[in-house]
Design a protein around this ligand. Sequence first.
Ligand code: BGC
Length: 261
Amino acid sequence: MEHKATPEHTYAYGVDVGGTGIKGGVVDLFTGQLVGERYRIDTPRPATPQAVAEVVAAVLNELRQRPGMPADAPVGVALPSIVHHGVARSASNIDPTFIGTDLVALLSQQIGREVTVLNDADAAGLAEAEFGAARGVAGSVLMLTLGTGIGSALLFNGELVPNFELGHLEFNGQIAERGASASARQREGLSWKEYAQRLNGYLEHVQFLFSPELIILGGGVSKSPQKFVPLLELETKIAVAEHANNAGILGAALHGSRQNS
Ligand code: BGC
């Protein structure tokens, strides 16, 4: 498979909005590495669009003021929302007033330059496609982030097909993320073996529906993959995400660099 064209910019800023923290970093687009430390501010409560936009701007300000950082580098922001034509169509772990908000307009205005916005799991998928476990894999690859909910990204020949919300598939009579996310394991006090069985059922369902070449597991739970990944029994190849911590930042920066160059 062809590798993506050489980026026009060397650096881009990525910001990842989560339920508890808003994290940003400067990404080297050639290596996929963060340049310097990432910077984090607690997510405001309530996490309304305006309050979140102000924190995103504050995070970017800190990053841009670092010595040697180009003011004109592209900016991408990832959020736990369906993002269609720049507008939020859902809101997970952020204030419901996000729904219907024009994220691109709001954030671009607050930051004072054009930014791109995408779903957080889509960002993680982009990061894995360019610099991680999905790199060079042809056909369809599904990235699933197992955290408070289940985020998902579909990549086809390395290209993102945005807004696949497979955490919202119905499974065992309920929305899948309710029973198979990392938080479900904790809430229900499941052992790793029980969780692996539960997750395996969900993955079999997803495999039946989409026949992917590879499923990548990321999100909070991917920090201890040895506890459950070896217990999964699936025909589809499974890989653990290579960018658990910074995937959202990395993917947001990549997204920004592709659309704002
Ligand atoms: C949301 C997704 C999001 C995921 C991870 C899910 O509840 O529906 O849009 O990507 O959580 O934050």
